[in-house]
Design a protein around this ligand. Structure first.
Ligand code: NOJ
Ligand code: CA
Length: 649
């Protein structure tokens, strides 16, 4: 539908295909606002839109609509890997072409897509006579929820980037900027999460209360105190509001991915991976990253771990600390990291050869410590070096509170940070290398376009165990951080009572993570001798659990309390069910109605009646039984515990 009439005042109700979601657009007195309804309940009250542009008038007032364009879109998207093979991309789109009716007469477009489970919109600024590039001083997008809406958040602009514990507040109590996805629950019991999709050339959107006390966009600034320098045509990332009737239903939301473009090249070479690592031994003080007596990444250790991977049925091995640069205080010395120079006791070529013959994938490692100038100087050669040595996976790291880019300290989630990560992804793709980015930019679904970005960290993972993680943390993640994509949580630590790093978990819960926390690269993070000597029968679950799923069915849960999910393997008819709970034990009943009409064998790894994350973490029961779709399973999760089930046809 095209309307060629110039309009000063309009009100438009934009409905989702099933009409349960409505977005109301109003143009009044030259300003444009949107509001959002779900099931006829007002979720986001009229909210302003627009920009402040450096050296120009704000792009907010004196607006008229010169054209509207509506389009229905319905498509099934196939993902090469992930939690679900098929995603719905089903929305009604309306684009509003706006112009200022006074000088300077600029034009821009607001494009809205209304889905049955959310609303997305973005700004598009075409080239125009007066300017071909602009500097964004501020984006003025509001998300005007009731102040007494609950919010589960982590703080932005802090030294540990995205690695914080979630807290629950009322929106009116959000004192500082918080990261997205920001998950909220309205007084009318609608759950929503505010996030963004397709972030490429802009600062990451954080959220804060503006001067009117309305939740609004706070784009991560650059060191020059602007938000972004952009060339026209320019489009912002999609502003995304996921909507649902319950917390568990929210975890099904996949709009973020379908807002991203399909890949532009062939990525059929990308394969998800399970791996062990020369890694946790450093965290518990057995080995070191730096060369010396206890150096972890030696040729001999690497070969031993390759043999262990083969015995354990795990396809990959991560090797940290193989390169020059870890001596002394590596966090401060990172500017000297060399990504083409091995320590004297490590022979990359010989390790890579040993792995290739045994069909083990090496996961290379680049710890940049945020020294981007140093890293980018070596990037091309460093990726080449891995590629010619048959290394197809790299874990990168950006420890440190800020990055050093063009000699200036910048936030990881600033426009320049975003562009650096993208550069690594695109270069890696050229070399057929997959990435696992630690201290990354948050996920905005770009792995749809760049499937070689197999996973990222971007939240507190098990490296924080030993005091800084409570059992509730992993019960927040599915409803918050994991709405932005998979996470390398470094699951599977079985040496729970290690005096250096005591883990707040039961043993069964460590298996649960392989199901509850999706990752395209999934690490079995403990040392192989712990698995082989102490818990071979428990480890079997990790060998078997896939890293690529056909279908995901969230079953039950509440934010920060518990989470239960079932996933079907992409390559077989088998199902995997996992659950985690907070500090409280729970009995749950899982109906197996997602199964086909066949007989299956369920292998159940669950907490014993006496298990407890504090005093009895090893209390585990491993049982087998025949099940059909008419059965339900009664499972007990101990305090700080969890369970994992493999259901085999
Ligand atoms: C932080 C990462 O999250 C961790 O996995 C890595 O071992 C260290 N940086 C060192 O690179
Ligand atoms: Ca980290």
């Amino acid at each position: 539908m095209l309307n060629w009439f110039t309009r000063n005042e309009i009100k438009r109700d934009l409905y989702s295909p099933d009409k349960t979601v409505k977005c109301q657009i109003a143009l009044e007195s030259g300003r444009i606002t949107y509001s959002v309804y779900k099931n006829e309940k007002l979720v986001i009250k009229p909210s302003n839109l627009g920009f402040k542009i450096c050296g120009e008038k704000s792009l907010t007032d004196n607006l008229i609509i010169i054209r509207e364009q509506k389009k229905r879109h319905q498509e099934t998207v196939e993902m090469p890997w992930g939690e679900d093979r098929y995603l719905n991309n089903n929305y009604i789109e309306t684009a509003f072409y706006l112009a200022e009716k006074k000088e300077p007469g600029r034009i821009f477009t607001l494009r809205f897509r209304i889905f049955d489970d959310g609303v997305a919109f973005r700004y598009e600024i075409p080239p125009q006579p007066k300017f071909s590039q602009i500097t964004i001083e501020d984006e003025l997008t509001e998300f005007n929820v009731e102040p007494n809406t609950y919010a589960w958040s982590i703080p932005a602009y802090q030294p540990d980037r995205y690695e914080y514990n979630y807290t629950k507040n009322m929106v009116y109590d959000l004192k500082n900027s918080v990261h997205t996805p920001l998950t909220l629950k309205t007084p009318t019991e609608i759950y929503l999460s505010i996030h963004e999709a397709a972030l490429y050339d802009y600062g990451s959107m954080t959220l804060k209360l503006n001067e009117k006390n309305i939740l609004s966009s706070d784009i991560t600034p650059l060191s020059d105190n602007t938000k972004a320098h952009v060339l026209l045509p320019f489009q912002t990332p999609w502003r995304l509001i996921m909507l649902s009737n319950s917390a568990i239903e929210l975890t099904k939301n996949r709009i973020m991915y379908v807002l991203n473009d399909p890949p532009k090249e062939d990525f059929s070479w990308v394969k998800t991976l399970k791996f062990i690592g020369i890694w946790w031994a450093m965290y518990v003080g057995e080995w070191t990253w730096a060369p010396g007596e206890k150096h972890g990444a030696t040729t001999d250790h690497a070969k031993e771990y390759i043999d262990a991977a083969v015995r354990l049925g795990i396809s990959g091995l991560l090797i940290e600390g193989w390169n020059d640069g870890w001596e002394g205080d590596w966090l401060s010395n990172g500017i000297n990291n060399k990504f083409l120079v091995s320590t004297p006791d490590f022979d990359l070529e010989s390790v890579a050869d040993y792995a290739r013959i045994r069909n083990v994938e090496i996961v290379g490692h680049h710890e940049t410590v945020g020294f981007i100038d140093n890293y980018e100087r070596q990037l091309r050669d460093a990726y080449n070096y891995y590629a010619i040595n048959n290394i197809h996976y790299i874990k990168t790291g950006y420890a440190g509170s800020k990055m050093l880019i063009n000699g200036r300290r910048e936030f990881h989630h600033s426009q320049l940070g975003v562009k650096h990560y993208q550069k690594t992804i695109e270069l890696a793709a050229k070399k057929h290398i997959c990435l696992n980015i630690h201290e990354p930019i948050k996920g905005t679904g770009i792995e749809r376009t760049w499937p070689n970005l197999l996973t990222r960290e971007g939240a507190r993972g098990q490296e924080y165990e030993g005091g800084a993680l409570s059992p509730s943390h992993a019960c927040y993640l599915p409803y918050t951080r994991l709405l932005s994509g998979g996470m390398d949580y470094t699951s599977g630590i079985f040496d729970i009572e290690n005096p250096v790093k005591r883990i707040a978990t039961t043993l069964a819960r460590q298996l649960a993570y392989f199901v509850t926390i999706y990752s395209g690269m999934q690490m079995a993070a403990d040392r192989p001798y712990i698995y082989e000597k102490r818990f071979p029968s428990v480890f079997r679950f990790i060998t078997e659990v896939p890293t690529n799923f056909q279908k995901t069915i969230p079953i039950a849960g509440e934010i920060g309390e518990y989470y239960i999910v079932a996933r079907q393997d992409r390559d077989s008819e088998n199902w995997y069910v996992g659950g985690v709970t907070d500090e409280f034990g729970r009995h749950i009943n899982i109906h197996l109605d997602f199964l086909d009409n066949e007989i299956y064998e369920a292998s159940i790894y669950s907490d014993s009646d006496e298990a407890h994350y504090r005093d009895n973490p090893f209390g585990i029961l491993i049982t087998k039984r025949r099940v059909t779709k008419n059965d339900s399973l009664d499972i007990y999760m101990a305090p700080g515990g969890g369970f994992a089930i493999r259901i085999k046809k």
